[in-house]
Design a protein. Structure first.
Length: 314
């Protein structure tokens, strides 16, 4: 009986159930369970040591779990790892090739390991490497190497692409280009598993995320859904044209954690609507002109810190 017939989403590409992996006394994965749906970008988030790398390595077949089930494309991945590997592409944090191999040569070599390799020329064009197709690997920039890693991840026409911290070490332009390529993967119908420490990246790219903490999944859902469910109080930043005495704000309804003076103040509130209404009245009474007013609800980073205690697990 497949895992999907036991309650997983009918369109799931990946079903992970009760995955466990220990390294001596360290429990790296303690019953990790989640599904990745067909055609979605799914993010794995968590502090260092949360179990992300172990989980990804078990999915990729690089590590054998102590127990648990992994079904991919309807195949039992633990019983049939070779069949599953034919359908997975991966770009890890760093890609190292021989200094004097060219992108064209690398794509031909790696393609030879698969039953249905993609045409190197098509991948070179897709990942904007045609002008570097015959350049040595050691002459490529960081962004070009990351695009090369993505091209290699697609060399077998995969059904699942795993991206492990893909923006590590990239400059802002290369990050922007990589994000655009990941979104293009989704538009093309690809299924992506993304691990990242960058909360803005996760919120922008991921359809759903799973947050790991100490080897367990502590939350799963769409980023906006998790943010909307947060009980964290919103923050307010206020700057005025005239000097502001922060003590004037101390008795506003719901106000907490008031800090700052003169050029601007920052505070949280448990009653945002009432606080802002009273604030507008107070500013009008004291003839204080607003230069800047920002209200910020909880972010994905706030959610992660709240769920994981804000600490590192390693």
């Amino acid at each position: 009986m497949s895992l999907q017939s036991r309650g997983a989403a009918p369109a799931a590409k990946v079903c992970v159930r009760d995955l466990r992996k220990n390294y001596g006394k360290i429990e790296a994965a303690r019953g990790v369970t989640f599904d990745i749906l067909d055609g979605e970008i799914f993010g794995l988030l968590g502090p260092n040591g949360a179990g992300k790398t172990t989980t990804v390595e078990c999915i990729l077949g690089l590590r054998e779990p102590d127990s648990g089930e992994i079904e991919m494309f309807g195949i039992d991945a633990r019983r049939n790892p070779a069949d599953v590997k034919q359908k997975i592409g991966a770009a890890l944090q760093t890609t190292s090739l021989q200094d004097k191999i060219t992108p064209r040569e690398a794509l031909r070599v790696f393609g030879g390991f698969y039953r249905d390799p993609a045409e190197p020329e098509r991948l070179l064009e897709r990942f904007s490497l045609l002008d570097k197709a015959d350049a040595y690997f050691d002459t490529l920039s960081g962004g070009q190497r990351q695009r090369m890693a993505l091209a290699l991840a697609f060399v077998n026409n995969p059904e699942l692409i795993v991206l492990d911290e893909p923006i590590t070490g990239l400059d802002p332009v290369a990050r922007r280009d990589l994000h655009a390529e990941i979104l293009r993967m989704k538009q093309d119908g690809d299924t992506v598993l993304l691990t990242t420490h960058n909360m803005d990246e996760a919120e922008r790219l991921c359809d759903r995320i799973a947050i790991l903490d100490r080897g367990r999944v502590v939350a799963t859902g769409a980023p906006r859904e998790l943010i909307s469910q947060s009980t964290a109080a919103p923050w307010v930043f206020l700057a005025t044209a005239q000097p502001l005495d922060s003590s004037l704000l101390a008795n506003l309804p719901g106000i907490q954690d008031l800090a700052g003076e003169n050029s601007g103040v920052r505070f949280s509130t448990t009653q945002a609507t009432r606080t802002l209404a009273a604030l507008m009245q107070l500013l009008d009474e004291h003839k204080l002109d607003i230069v800047e007013l920002r209200v910020r609800k909880a972010t994905l980073e706030d959610i992660l810190i709240d769920l994981t205690g804000g600490g590192r697990n390693d």
